[in-house]
Write a protein that binds this ligand. Sequence first.
Ligand code: ZN
Length: 231
Amino acid sequence: MRGGPLVTVEADPAGVESRLTAGRVDCPGCAGVLRPWGWARARRVHGIGGVIRPRRGRCGGCLVTHVLLPVTLLLRRAYAAEVIGAALLARAGGHGHRRIAAALGVPAATVRGWLRVAGARLEAVRVRLWQVAHRAGVDIAVPQALGGGWRDLLAALGAATAAVTGRFGLFGVLGPVTAWQVAVACSAGRLLAPGWPAAGGWRSATRVASDVAGGRSTNLAGSHPRRSGRG
Ligand SMILES: [Zn+2]
């Protein structure tokens, strides 16, 4: 995909359009804001219904374009984040990929692919989610893993979700968010994409939520401190 990192946005296109037009979508690469800049390729996503065509924005500061990926999607995955999340949840519950595939109505090879990618990065994702939870206000550093990789991942996701929804409210910038949408937001859509979470990868992270009252943005995906260049 050309352009800069993805920017995770709410699922509601009207909300995205409104914020984009108003200059309220921050550039993940500099202190600028994104403005409307066409659309990304249309894609059919199983589990959402219909065709999704993500908005694209361009930064007036650094001139880099970014795809605005709805929080319901993962990068380069043809299934809704909720469907993929349901598969990961079932795996944590001890089910195998064939049974999960049958239950979800997804090809077994597809489910096996999700589980393989996620299974290879359980600890890294767990740590990243706990870091997000910590940053969003949970007063605990990354706890020791209990030894069940999938279950530990879900525990971290639960903490991140509680922290994010507690801080921003369920109807913050992203709209009502589910745990898997938090996972999407925390990974800037890259939960199952190559190279995430990269060591020291905070710089390419995407800010996904704004403190509406204060007009400040908070980066769920990264700790890269930002100054407010817009006043
Ligand atoms: Zn920029």
